[in-house]
Design a protein around this ligand. Structure first.
Ligand SMILES: *[C@@H]1O[C@H](CO)[C@@H](O)[C@H](O)[C@H]1NC(C)=O
Ligand SMILES: *[C@@H]1O[C@H](CO)[C@@H](O)[C@H](O)[C@H]1NC(C)=O
Ligand SMILES: *[C@@H]1O[C@H](CO)[C@@H](O)[C@H](O)[C@H]1NC(C)=O
Ligand SMILES: *[C@@H]1O[C@H](CO)[C@@H](O)[C@H](O)[C@H]1NC(C)=O
Ligand SMILES: *[C@@H]1O[C@H](CO)[C@@H](O)[C@H](O)[C@H]1NC(C)=O
Ligand SMILES: *[C@@H]1O[C@H](CO)[C@@H](O)[C@H](O)[C@H]1NC(C)=O
Ligand SMILES: *[C@@H]1O[C@H](CO)[C@@H](O)[C@H](O)[C@H]1NC(C)=O
Ligand SMILES: *[C@@H]1O[C@H](CO)[C@@H](O)[C@H](O)[C@H]1NC(C)=O
Ligand SMILES: *[C@@H]1O[C@H](CO)[C@@H](O)[C@H](O)[C@H]1NC(C)=O
Ligand SMILES: *[C@@H]1O[C@H](CO)[C@@H](O)[C@H](O)[C@H]1NC(C)=O
Ligand SMILES: *[C@@H]1O[C@H](CO)[C@@H](O)[C@H](O)[C@H]1NC(C)=O
Ligand SMILES: CC(=O)N[C@H]1CO[C@H](CO)[C@@H](O)[C@@H]1O
Length: 489
């Protein structure tokens, strides 16, 4: 009996002790919690970010009701998003970062911030979203940013941040959106960017406006585009325009098949457009303007089946455009190939382009073509003679172009016949041909009954099916077939 009693007494004692202990810890935890909340309230007051109308009496959570503050379940500040129109000036450094261990979002867009980014920002260990965009922040990017390992969005665009991009940014493995555009950053792109495998948006472009106004404020990222960027396999928007990037576009695009937007314009890139572009089946915009790219536009670009905007102006591209445009690129919205050295015939197939809004072939080396677009109301939407200006062999009775010299060796067959004149012939001729064709079909049907053997296709294809497919091709064929409407045909 005795041992059992002593065990019970021991048990009761133990429970009692446990109870007291638990109670006191709860009290200690509660006290610590409330003091942490008090610290937050104090830090908010001392930041001077809110007008003196907003006060706190410590124990209450009234600061959670201030504009732009969002408290979590425990009453701790989780989000701070300053409302539009607040002017913080140099009060960034008055913010006591270490008092906000639970802060997940800090949105200070366009709040007039000045001075440098306080290195203490690295203590916001739960921060997932940081926008300091559109301010007057100066100085370097602090290395302590590398401690913000939960960061998913980092937007510091449109400031005056200088210095180089710290390689420590590669620590931010959860980063998905990185916007460093419109600053005054220099130096190379760190290869540690390859560690950002969740990165979907990377923008480092400069503000074109600044270039135009000759202000000194723009990014001057130099060196090669690191081949490691191909490891950022989540990228859908890569904008590196208006910098001093050099070397070839040598990164392997096969891993970047999610890319929708690729802008490398206004740099000093050389070499060819890589054939690995064939993998960019989601690409909608490709902009490589104002570089020193050579060679021809690779046929593989026709695999970019989502492409809408192709902009390759001001390079040293060569090659024949005929092979590429025409049937492949008809579904684009904008094609700018101006200021290159592209040759070939004007791709008249683009007449039918259902979606073309911008077309610019100016200042190239296009073959001798008589320009008669002014007669074709539906051709080349939004196209003016300027679309073809600066191609010394393109001629026409249009201001800015040399007249077409008759019977010159290169001249296209319809050079010396006005379209209006040709149309006068085409209409009756069409009727004639339709009857002719009907006759042919009738005869061939009869022939088919006699023999099943199929004759080989004529060189110009089945005229009737071509006609069905595309009236203009038929028209061209007719011109060819009739030796330019020679009276003998
Ligand atoms: C502060 O309060 C005063 C009067 O109570 C009011 O006139 C003023 O607009 C308030 N300021 C802000 C920023 O709310
Ligand atoms: C603190 O705020 C609470 C609730 O808003 C209020 O009841 C209390 O009187 C305030 N205390 C002081 C000292 O202002
Ligand atoms: C910031 O808050 C901490 C407590 O969280 C305190 O120790 C420190 O002194 C404060 N720093 C400033 C500059 O007020
Ligand atoms: C930057 O500062 C200048 C004056 O120093 C001011 O005119 C401009 O509005 C500021 N820009 C921003 C975005 O705060
Ligand atoms: C990151 O945080 C750790 C401790 O949390 C600290 O020792 C280190 O100095 C910080 N790194 C930077 C670059 O601030
Ligand atoms: C990334 O975020 C997830 C949750 O969103 C987290 O579990 C993970 O630890 C983070 N990764 C790093 C490297 O911090
Ligand atoms: C670039 O940043 C400056 C401030 O540094 C700002 O005034 C300008 O509007 C920004 N440009 C763009 C296009 O965001
Ligand atoms: C990438 O994001 C996904 C969620 O979108 C997350 O589960 C994963 O942990 C992230 N990877 C890294 C390396 O942070
Ligand atoms: C990509 O980013 C640029 C700015 O850097 C923006 O103009 C463009 O609309 C974005 N494209 C997509 C598809 O998000
Ligand atoms: C651009 O590249 C060429 C060589 O490809 C070089 O001669 C020139 O100095 C570069 N210009 C700039 C501004 O980097
Ligand atoms: C353009 O290409 C032609 C050959 O197709 C060449 O003769 C000419 O020199 C090139 N012009 C320029 C400016 O590169
Ligand atoms: C525009 C043009 O070159 N017109 C010429 C067409 O050919 C006749 C002679 O057949 C010339 O007189 C025109 O000048």
């Amino acid at each position: 009996m005795a041992p059992s009693v002593s065990i019970s007494i021991n048990l009761v004692l133990a429970l009692w002790v446990l109870c007291i202990f638990t109670h006191s810890t709860t009290m200690v935890v509660a006290a610590a919690k409330s003091s942490a909340l008090e610290l937050e309230a104090k830090a908010l007051l001392e930041s001077g970010w809110w007008s003196s109308n907003y006060t706190t009496n410590g124990s209450s959570l009234s600061h959670c009701l201030w504009p732009g503050i969002f408290c979590g379940v425990g009453g701790s500040v989780v989000k701070i998003g300053m409302v539009y129109g607040v002017h913080l000036g140099d009060k960034f450094r008055k913010f006591n970062f270490s008092s906000f261990p639970n802060l997940e979002l800090l949105h200070l867009y366009n709040t007039g911030l000045q001075g440098s980014i306080p290195p203490e920002i690295g203590t916001l260990s739960k921060l997932a979203y940081l926008s300091l965009s559109m301010n007057n922040l100066t100085g370097n990017l602090p290395l302590s940013l590398a401690n913000l390992t939960q960061l998913e969005t980092f937007d510091i665009s449109s400031n005056l941040i200088s210095g180089s991009i710290p390689k420590e940014l590669g620590n931010l493995k959860n980063l998905s959106f990185l916007d460093l555009s419109n600053n005054t950053l220099t130096g190379p792109l760190p290869s540690t960017l390859s560690l950002l495998t969740n990165l979907t948006y990377l923008s480092l472009n400069s503000n074109q406006m600044n270039l135009r106004t000759l202000s000194l404020a723009w990014n001057q990222i130099s060196g090669f585009i690191p081949v490691e960027i191909a490891d950022c396999s989540s990228l859908y928007n890569l904008t590196l325009s208006h910098n001093y990037l050099t070397g070839t576009i040598s990164f392997d695009m096969s891993n970047l098949y999610l890319l929708v937007y690729l802008d490398l314009s206004y740099n000093n890139l050389s070499g060819f457009i890589p054939r690995t572009i064939t993998h960019l089946t989601n690409l909608e915009t490709l902009s490589l303007d104002w570089n020193q790219i050579t060679g021809s536009i690779p046929m593989e670009i026709t695999d970019c089946s989502s492409l809408k905007h192709l902009s390759l102006s001001h390079n040293y591209l060569t090659g024949n455009i005929r092979s590429l445009i025409g049937y492949y690129l008809r579904f684009l919205n904008a094609i700018d190939l101006s200021h290159n050295n592209i040759s070939g015939d004007i791709p008249f197939e683009l007449w039918d382009s259902p979606s073309l809004e911008l077309l610019d072939f100016s200042y190239n080396n296009l073959n001798r073509n008589k320009l008669f677009i002014q007669f074709i109301p539906n051709g080349y939407l939004n196209c003016t003679p300027y679309t073809f200006i600066g191609n010394k062999d393109v001629c026409g009775d249009i201001k800015g172009f040399p007249p077409c010299i008759p019977n010159s060796p290169n001249s296209s067959p319809n050079n010396n016949k006005s379209i209006v004149h040709q149309i006068k012939i085409v209409v009756p001729l069409s009727f004639f041909l339709v009857f002719l064709l009907l006759g042919c079909i009738f005869l061939s049907r009869r022939g088919d009954m006699k023999t099943k053997s199929d004759s080989s296709e004529p060189k110009n294809g089945d005229l009737f099916s071509i006609w069905n497919y595309d009236g203009k091709i038929a028209y061209e064929d007719i011109i060819k077939a009739t030796k330019d409407f020679d009276i003998s045909y």
